[in-house]
Structure formats: structure tokens, C-alpha cells
Write a protein that binds this ligand. Structure first.
Ligand SMILES: C[S@@+](CC[C@H](N)C(=O)[O-])C[C@H]1O[C@@H](n2cnc3c(N)ncnc32)[C@H](O)[C@@H]1O
Ligand code: SF4
Length: 313
């Protein structure tokens, strides 16, 4: 099977960083991204680094049971590499994959490791992505009590036929409950992800999805134009002629629609695909990437240590 690793130098096994990567540490925001590469089902449009349970088996560090341990070991490595230069984290982001496929206690153990090794700034933003199928009220309580204070749910659409084309398995009727559970658990920052331009999605479908999202009163909305990524099942379906390719004019109309609707509902556009209810609700971790802040990335790699990145991006 051809390598799917990105081009460039592999991270060294000891996690060592070039001096210029850490030169400005402490003078600008510092974050940590923790990738959790598991999904219950792979959505046909997604080319993120994710695996279903059957794909990985039970190799140490590769199964859901041992992943948190591997992430905690990497965080200890990060602390060792940064040594005296280490500073408290301003932002943490659990992305995926579907981080909430790990037991909530495992995600909390990773937050505890970050707190132990680096410390968290007093107003640190700690986000997890979540799939609505993969959280219960008890999980949300555990995540919030463990220091995660922002949650981003993958809603994508409220229209069943659009969700089916995207291979999404969640029931859109579950969303009001999931958002309510998050609020009850104490999350005062809730974000929803939407996708527009799915083959077969009408402008009315998109309007309905945006209205459904606004009705849930999230603090933040990410709306992404569907990208047909090479090598995905969606790309193959389009190549075979089973589905039409997204149309640029339709996608542009949908972008205008979401921007107008969110502005009318009191959300401010602050990044290409992101809107927030005021500055306090922007995603500071994401802004850190755009602004060239420092961050450590922990994710699966074919070496005993994970791939590492720090320094401006
Ligand atoms: C890691 S996923 C979010 C968490 C969770 N796995 C889920 O899907 O609900 C991050 C977001 O990327 C977006 N995304 C993934 N692949 C995309 C694509 N090909 N085009 C546009 N957006 C995409 C989706 O909106 C998704 O919510
Ligand atoms: S969109 Fe989310 S749930 Fe779907 S395969 Fe990608 S990471 Fe997994």
C-alpha cells in the first residue's frame, strides 16, 4: 500500500525541535492540539486521519483502550523537550476523528496530564469536538468537571437526505437534547459545525439547516463548503456519475445565505468559515493557527513517539 504520510521530514524519535521553533515561546499564545483518530463510521467525504475500530485492531497505542496512555506519554515527552522553556497552555483542542469515542474519563486524564506538565492559563480555552451520537449527559458532566469548557458538535445538516448523502449516522432530532445536556453540564461555549454544498442539497435545505442551528442558540458556528477530497468515497461516487459535483455558484449562494442569516441572528464573522457571538466566543485555538502562535500537536504516527510540531504555523 503506498504511504499516505505527508511529505517532509519525519519527527525525530526524541521529539527534539529546531531552536527557531521555540524561540518565541512565552511571548505569544501557546496551545496543544490532541488528535483522536477514531470514528464509528468513516463519512464518505472525510479524508482526516481517522480509523474505525476494525481497521486498527489492538496494537498498543493504536486501540481506543490505550490511546489516552499514549497521548499522556507524548505530553510528558513534550514537557521534557521544552524543559525550562515550557509555559502554561492558553488553549487545548481535542480534534478528530471523534474525540468523544474515547471514554470521557480518558479525555479528562489527558487534560490532567496537560495541567500537570504545563499548567493551564487561568482563562484557558479547552475544546473538544464531539459527534452527537457519542455523548451522554453523564459524559458531558465528566468532560466539563474535568476542565473541558468548550464543545463543538458535528451537526453538518438538519435534513435527513443530506445527512444520508454525507454518510452521517446521527438522528438530527437528537440535537436539541444534546445541546441542552451540554448547557446543563455547564458548557457556556457550544459550537456547531455545518457543511454546505452537498450533492442534492437545495438552497431551501441549506436554509433549513442554518435556521435549525440558529434555533439551538450556539455561541459559535463553523460552516464549511464541502470539499471533494481525492481518494474519498464521495470523490469516487462523483467520478462514477452517481452524484453531481458541488457547483461553485450554488456554494457561493449558500455562503451568502449563511453569512446573512447568522449576521441577522447576532453572530459576527471572524474567520473564513467561522462566526461567533462576540469576541469571547471565537475559537482562540483556531485563531492561534492563523496568527502564527506556538502549539504542540499530538497525533498518531508510525514511530514510538507521535509527530510533533511547535512554533509558528
Ligand atoms: C473532525 S470533524 C468534527 C468532529 C466529528 N468527527 C464530526 O464529524 O462530527 C471536523 C469537521 O470538519 C468538517 N469536514 C470534514 N471533512 C470535510 C470536507 N471534506 N469538506 C468540508 N468540511 C469537512 C466537518 O464539518 C466536521 O464537523
Ligand atoms: S467527519 Fe468526523 S465523524 Fe466523519 S469521518 Fe470525519 S472525523 Fe469522522
Amino acid at each position: 500500500m503506498p504511504s499516505t504520510l505527508p511529505e517532509g521530514q519525519a519527527a525525530p524519535r526524541d521529539g527534539a525541535l529546531p531552536p527557531d521553533a521555540v524561540a518565541a515561546l512565552g511571548t505569544r499564545s501557546f496551545g496543544c492540539y490532541v488528535h483522536v483518530p477514531f470514528c464509528a463510521v468513516r463519512c464518505g467525504y472525510c479524508d482526516f486521519n481517522t480509523y474505525t475500530a476494525l481497521e486498527l485492531g489492538n496494537a498498543p497505542g493504536a486501540s481506543r483502550d490505550t490511546y489516552a496512555e499514549a497521548a499522556v506519554a507524548e505530553i510528558a515527552l513534550a514537557r521534557e523537550v521544552l524543559g525550562e522553556r515550557a509555559v502554561p497552555l492558553d488553549t487545548v483542542f481535542f480534534g478528530g476523528g471523534t474525540p468523544t469515542l474515547l471514554p470521557a474519563a480518558d479525555l479528562v486524564s489527558i487534560v490532567a496530564a496537560l495541567r500537570r506538565e504545563f499548567g493551564l492559563s487561568p482563562d484557558a480555552e479547552v475544546t473538544t469536538e464531539a459527534n452527537p451520537d457519542s455523548v451522554t449527559p453523564a459524559d458531558l458532566e465528566t468532560l466539563r468537571a474535568g476542565g473541558i469548557n468548550r464543545i463543538s458538535f458535528g451537526m453538518q445538516s438538519s435534513v435527513p437526505s443530506v445527512l444520508a448523502t454525507l454518510d452521517r449516522t446521527h438522528d438530527p432530532a437528537r440535537f436539541p437534547s444534546v445541546v441542552r445536556w451540554a448547557r446543563s453540564a455547564g458548557f457556556d461555549q457550544v459550537s456547531l459545525d455545518l457543511i454546505y454544498g452537498t450533492p442534492g442539497e437545495s438552497l431551501d435545505d441549506w436554509h433549513a439547516s442554518v435556521n435549525a442551528a440558529v434555533a439551538l442558540e450556539p455561541d459559535h458556528v463553523s460552516a464549511y463548503a464541502l470539499i471533494v477530497e481525492q481518494g474519498t468515497a464521495l470523490a469516487r461516487r462523483i467520478a462514477r456519475g452517481d452524484l453531481p459535483a458541488p457547483d461553485d455558484d450554488d456554494v457561493a449562494d449558500k455562503y451568502e445565505l449563511v453569512d446573512d442569516s447568522l449576521a441577522a441572528a447576532g453572530y459576527e464573522w471572524y474567520e473564513v468559515s467561522n462566526w461567533a457571538r462576540g469576541e469571547r466566543s471565537t475559537c482562540r485555538h483556531n485563531l492561534g493557527y492563523w496568527q502564527g502562535s506556538d502549539w504542540w500537536g499530538s497525533d498518531p504516527a508510525p514511530t514510538p513517539t507521535s509527530a510533533v510540531c511547535a512554533g509558528g504555523t
